[in-house]
Every structure is written in C-alpha cells, then in structure tokens.
Write a protein that binds this ligand. Structure first.
Ligand code: ATP
Ligand code: MG
Length: 351
C-alpha cells in the first residue's frame, strides 16, 4: 500500500525518538512491500524560532492531507516564559483540534522484566493491561478563559455529541479486548460529569456485549494504585484523562515506554509517545525510543490497517525488553540507537 506520513519531530528529544520510529516504519515498508512517503515539518518551539508560529500553515496543510502524523514532543525551557505571547503547546492543542482527533488512546501494559521499576508491589502489577481513552478536544482545555487581576476562570463544557463519539470509540475498542468499560467522572459535583454519565449510559445500550461501570475520578486515582489489574478500557474527559494517564504511566516503570494514538472520524490520526521533550537529556543520544516506536505500531494499526505489522513491532519490543536491553530511564546504559537497532534486529530475526 501507499501512505503519506507527516513527521513532526518537534523539540528536545523529539527528533531523536521520531528518527527511531521512522526507521522502524521504513523497515516495515521494506518487508511488506509498502510505499511510505515521509516528510518533515516544524511544530512547537522550533517552529516559533523559525516561523514565529508554533503551528505554521504549511505544517497544518501537510498534516491534513497526510494519512497519518507522527509527532515527537514540543516545548522546553527556552519557550516556557508564562508571559510569552506564543507557546509551543498551543501548536499541539491547535493541531489536535484542527485534525478533529477527539479520542486519545493510551495503552498501559507492565512488562514483567520492568515490574521492579514500578512504585507498586509486583503482585499488584501482574496482568495489568489498560487502555485509556481520553477525550482530547473538549472540556477545560478548550473552554473560554477569563482573567482579571484577582479572578480567573476556565470554562468546562461538553455536549452530548462530544461525549457520545468518544464513548462509542471506547466501547468499540473494548470489543477487541476484555469487553469492559469503566467511565470516569465527578458526577456527584459537576454538571458536565452528570451529562457525561447519562450519555455514556445511553451509548452502552448500543453495546450490550460490553460491561459498563462508573467510577468517580478521585476513587479511580486510588484504584489505579490498589487494583490496576481489575480494569480494561477506561474512558474519561480531557482533564481527568491527562492526570490519570500520567499516574498510570508510572505503573509501567518509565514514561519513555508508552505510546499514544489520537483519532477522530477522519482518516488521519496523530501518533506520539506520551513523554515530553525531556530537555534534561536532549541531544545526548540516551532517550528511550520505545514509546515512539510503539506509537509507530499504533499508526500502522489504526491509520493504515496494518494490524499484523503493528503486532510484529510490539512483539519485537517485548523481546528486546526480555533480552534485557535497557536505556538509562530503565536503569541500563543502552543509547537510543542501540535500543532502536535491537528492535530492528528482533523484527528481522523473526522474518
Ligand atoms: P511535558 O511538559 O512536555 O509533558 P514533562 O515535564 O512531563 O514534559 P518529560 O519531558 O516527559 O516531562 O520528562 C520527564 C522526565 O522523564 C525527565 O527527567 C526526562 O528526562 C524523562 N524522560 C522523558 N521521556 C524520556 C525518554 N523517552 N527516555 C528517557 N527519559 C525520558
Ligand atoms: Mg507531561
């Protein structure tokens, strides 16, 4: 098949980890006889430096026309003055909104070799296999903001249509897994959460084969630490999802391992590791590339329909971790290139 992939390396370790992900995608194309066309574009802090805009028009046009977008990370201390008119993160928020990618998928699995890195006792981690579906284009992050000297507001707004579409996505994904959905809200206090809960409940009737339970976000924060293996798909609004997915990431041992996919109703999806630009280690060749490589696997599965190729990459990453290859964040001394080469070797051994 032919596919156009827009690559947005971004800032900090973004360029290092996206280079690793692109090399794995090139390998998948070569072995499967596919033609992937890659093009690189600016976003975030480097785009502010070069174009005065964290999401230049050219980048947005190419992303909208692509089959998929692979992103590294944006931001860094150079652009983080709170008084600055333009900030790198605005580019990413705008890109998500413009692409209409309202469902952010974050799988969290705990590799047995890495359980010791988790803050939790190992027995609680056996069998942890979560898929977060975070609403990504609504809620407090996109509502109206006001500010006077002493008063600030961030409006949180959700429509039934916004909740329905992300809930449907979560239920549909649950069908391919454990057929259980946990919907997280704060319905005892927030009106948006009451709308959220009623709507998810209604959507559940379309999926009688999937079990639904509701949790309040404060309980869920605790349950992720006390019974993480008890959950399957967890669907929640933008703000709660942001916080809970970082918490869940700690279960896996390192931020550097975890991928994400952001999907809408259109064909183009946005794929990025969940970690940030990690300015403290940027440019040193020590970043863990596995989160970006697993994001490339999600790209193959969700945007290009290449599920077998995606599974092969995920299995190769598992074998690399089994073999004890480990980057600094995992307590080892493998560099970005070494870890990437190990994944490519594992893929080609099997072929
Ligand atoms: P952002 O605000 O962009 O989300 P953040 O403040 O959450 O960023 P990160 O940039 O993700 O933070 O970094 C948090 C810590 O994790 C840093 O010490 C960083 O070096 C480390 N880290 C993040 N990603 C990786 C990676 N891929 N490999 C190794 N270490 C990483
Ligand atoms: Mg962060």
């Amino acid at each position: 098949m032919k596919a156009r992939i827009a690559v947005l390396p971004g800032d900090g370790i973004g360029p290092e980890v996206t280079a690793a992900a692109v090399s794995v995608l090139r390998d998948a194309a070569a072995r499967g006889g596919h033609e992937f066309e890659f093009s690189e574009h600016a976003i975030g802090g480097c785009a502010i430096d070069a174009h005065g805009d964290p999401l230049p028009a050219e980048t947005l046009i190419v992303c909208k026309q692509a089959d998929a977008v692979l992103l590294g990370a944006v931001g860094g201390p150079r652009w983080s003055d709170p008084k600055a008119k333009v900030r790198p993160e605005q580019g990413l928020l705008r890109l998500r909104a413009e692409l209409g990618v309202y469902a952010n998928l974050r799988p969290v699995r705990v590799h047995p070799k890495l359980a010791a890195l988790s803050p939790l006792k190992n027995e609680r981690l056996t069998g942890v296999d979560l898929l977060f579906v975070r609403e990504l284009t609504g809620g407090a992050y996109f509502g109206a903001k006001t500010r006077t000297a002493d008063v600030a507001t961030d409006e949180t707004k959700y429509t039934t249509q916004e909740v329905e579409r992300v809930a449907r996505r979560a239920f549909a994904l649950a069908r391919g897994r454990g057929r259980r959905v946990t919907s997280v809200d704060k319905a005892n206090v927030l009106e948006t959460s009451r709308l959220w809960r009623e709507t998810v409940q209604r959507v559940a009737h379309e999926f009688p084969d999937v079990a639904l339970e509701h949790q309040l976000v404060d309980s869920m924060a605790m349950l992720l630490l006390t019974r993480p293996a008890a959950y399957d798909v967890i669907v929640t609004e933008n703000l709660f999802g942001d916080i809970l997915t970082d918490e869940a990431a700690a279960l896996a041992g390192s931020l550097g391992l975890l991928p994400s996919a952001s999907l809408g109703d259109g064909k183009v999806g946005l794929y990025e590791p969940i970690h940030g630009s990690a300015p403290d280690i940027a440019g040193r060749g020590v970043a863990n590339p596995l989160g970006a490589i697993l994001s490339a696997a999600m790209l193959l599965r969700h945007s290009l329909g290449l599920a077998d190729e995606a599974a092969a990459i995920e299995a190769a990453v598992d074998r690399v971790l089994d073999a004890g290859v480990s980057t600094r964040d995992l307590g080892g001394d493998a560099g970005t290139r070494e870890a990437t080469a190990a994944v490519l070797a594992a893929l080609n051994e099997r072929a």
